[in-house]
Structure formats: structure tokens, C-alpha cells
Design a protein around this ligand. Structure first.
Ligand SMILES: [Zn+2]
Length: 345
């Protein structure tokens, strides 16, 4: 799903520079560099997931390749811009992490070798070539060193746009070769605007923003996954926790235990967020993450003690750890969690 959202963002029309929410200063800085043709040959876009890095990097690529830029930005109508919109630009080359076997997605040394060959080619349509790399932190050292060579000896007129969600994981030598642009998490207003533009109904925008920590991509993903009903499922479980019979726990464990690991961890994550809100209530704070569920959370806070909330928080973290590290089957981990958490209410 995240990939689908990323793909939707990539195929955005080249004139969608303005559609990237927030980041006004970064956009202004980029536009000056584009307009004055002073763009460094390697730029690193870094910041949390889903804040618009990839979208703005793609719009920057379109602007660099455009044959008649307007005020530094892509015109949207020339042959280059039409190819960018169609995903067929001969001078644009994107590298994204690949999956192989059971290993995590990563950018492989072979991909960097292909990239080096691409970088050396003469542009066919535009005045330059642009190479865009996503999630560059997934390169291993061999791949990173191969990329470094390319960045050190730029062949011809090629621009490199690197995107990362984990700047601290990059080799210092890569960092020193790039102009860095930082993308902080989006503010709530910018997030709400993005969700509105994407057609997310008004009544769910605020809870989605509250759960997404400034990442519009994350908020859209949660919306697509119907995360709010999933959150409701976790809250109902929490509300019924003290009343669960042994049979109920086994039934709930059986239902949750058949979920994919990632999904179950997500369920536990909601559970932990509720506990966090309960602790905020005990602490006298009204700033809840799940502010739309305030009445039910206040009712819960009367039902349980603060000491119990700490125990559940610890047990939920432990269950998540066991599921993550595959130390227990998901079903066993969740049943054990429900028994421990239910008993101490
Ligand atoms: Zn153009």
C-alpha cells in the first residue's frame, strides 16, 4: 500500500510543485537554485516518511529536465514534461530498493552498477540526465562506495537526487558530497490540507493526523487501511478486558493470532497509544492523541488504576517484542498478553 501511494505521488503532474504541502522555505530555496541554474550536482532530501520528500524530488527532477522552465519550475507542457508525466523520460532514471528472497528491501550493488552506466550516457532529450534514488540508507557499504565513486567523478551533465528517511545511517562520505535538505514532520494544518486534497472525509481527518506524527503518507496509508476501525477493535478489547472470561481470551487470541505479524503489531500499537492517553489523563493532561475518543478514554480511566496502566504498557511492549523477534507464535504472545493484562485490572 505504501508503494502504491508512493507511485501515485511519483506520477503527479510535473507542475504539481505547489501541491507539496508545507516546507515553504525548502521549496523556495530549491526554486532559487533552479531558476539561477545553480543546483549542486547531488542533493540529499532527508526527513521522516511521507512528508513530501519523494514528491518534491520528482518535481525537482522535472524542473531540471524541462525544456522551457517557468520561473525555474517545470512548465508542464513541453516534450520533456509530457514524458515525465507519462513515466517515459529517457533522461530520467529512478532507483528504488529491491526485494530479494527473505532479506529486507535494499539497493543492491548491481543497481548501482547499472546506475553508473546510465550516468555516463549522453542525454537524449533534455540538456542533462537526472538520477533519483529512494531510501538510499538501504544500500550496503559496497553499494554505497560504488555510488560514492560516481558522485565523486560526475560523468557529463548528470544530477543526482537522493532521498532518505534515515540520514544518520548514511556514510559521512556520501553526506559530504551532497547538498542536504531537511524535511521536518508536517504541521497539523498542512496534514489536514493534504488529506482534504486527497478526498479523505472531514470527520476522520483529525484522528488520522493525530495518529500519523506529521507524515501525510502515513495518514493516507492509515486511511486506505481503514485504520480507524482497526483502532476501534483495539479499544473495544481494552474496554472489555476486565470482563473477559478464559474462553473469551482464547477466542480473541485465536482471531488476532491469525493476523499477519505486522497487522498484529499495529493492533498492539493502538493498544499502547490508548494506554499512553490513559496515563496522560491520570497525569492531569487533556492533550490526548486519540482526542476524538476522549469520552470513552475518560470512562476507562475511572475503571482502571494508574499502576495497572503501567503494567499493561509493559506487557504490551513485551508482547510486541516477542512477536517482532519471533520468540513466540503471534497467538501465544497475544493470549499471554491478554491474560496478564486482564488479570491485573
Ligand atoms: Zn517543460
Amino acid at each position: 500500500m505504501a508503494e502504491e501511494i508512493a507511485a501515485a505521488l511519483v506520477t503527479a503532474a510535473p507542475d504539481e510543485w505547489d501541491a507539496v504541502a508545507g516546507h515553504a522555505r525548502t521549496k523556495a530555496r530549491l526554486q532559487v537554485l533552479l531558476r539561477e541554474k545553480r543546483m549542486p550536482h547531488a542533493v540529499l532530501f532527508s526527513g521522516p516518511r511521507g512528508v513530501g520528500k519523494w514528491k518534491l524530488a520528482t518535481a525537482t527532477a522535472a524542473a531540471l529536465l524541462c525544456m522551457s522552465p517557468k520561473d525555474g519550475l517545470a512548465c508542464g507542457g513541453c516534450e520533456s514534461c509530457r514524458h515525465m508525466a507519462a513515466g517515459t523520460h529517457p533522461d530520467f532514471y529512478a532507483v528504488t530498493p529491491e526485494k530479494s528472497g527473505k532479506a529486507a528491501r535494499s539497493i543492491k550493488i548491481e543497481q548501482i552498477r547499472d546506475l553508473r552506466a546510465e550516468a555516463a550516457r549522453v542525454p537524449r532529450l533534455s540538456a542533462r540526465r537526472v538520477i533519483l534514488l529512494d531510501d538510499v540508507e538501504t544500500m550496503n557499504d559496497a553499494a554505497a562506495n560504488a555510488l560514492l565513486k560516481t558522485l565523486e567523478e560526475p560523468a557529463g551533465n548528470t544530477s543526482f537526487l537522493l532521498v532518505t528517511g534515515a540520514r544518520q545511517a548514511l556514510l559521512p562520505t556520501i553526506l559530504s558530497r551532497c547538498m542536504g535538505l531537511q524535511f521536518p514532520p508536517l504541521g497539523d494544518d498542512a496534514m489536514v490540507r493534504v488529506l482534504a486534497v486527497q478526498g479523505v472525509p472531514e470527520d476522520v481527518r483529525a484522528p488520522l493526523v493525530a495518529l500519523s506524527e506529521g507524515s501525510a503518507g502515513r495518514a493516507l496509508q492509515l486511511f486506505e487501511e481503514d485504520a480507524l476501525s482497526f483502532r476501534e477493535d483495539a479499544l473495544s478489547a481494552l474496554e472489555s478486558l476486565s470482563r473477559l472470561s478464559v474462553e473469551d481470551v482464547f477466542a480473541l487470541g485465536a482471531r488476532l493470532g491469525t493476523m499477519e505479524r505486522e497487522r498484529l503489531l499495529e493492533w498492539l500499537r493502538y493498544f499502547r497509544l490508548f494506554i499512553r492517553d490513559l496515563l496522560a489523563i491520570y497525569g492531569g493532561s487533556a492533550a490526548l492523541l486519540n482526542s476524538d475518543l476522549e469520552a470513552r478514554l475518560f470512562a476507562l480511566s475511572g475503571q482502571f488504576s494508574k499502576a495497572w496502566a503501567f503494567v499493561v504498557a509493559r506487557e504490551a511492549a513485551e508482547a510486541a517484542r516477542r512477536i517482532e523477534t519471533s520468540n513466540a507464535t503471534p497467538r501465544l504472545a497475544i493470549e499471554s498478553f491478554l491474560f496478564r493484562a486482564g488479570k491485573k485490572s
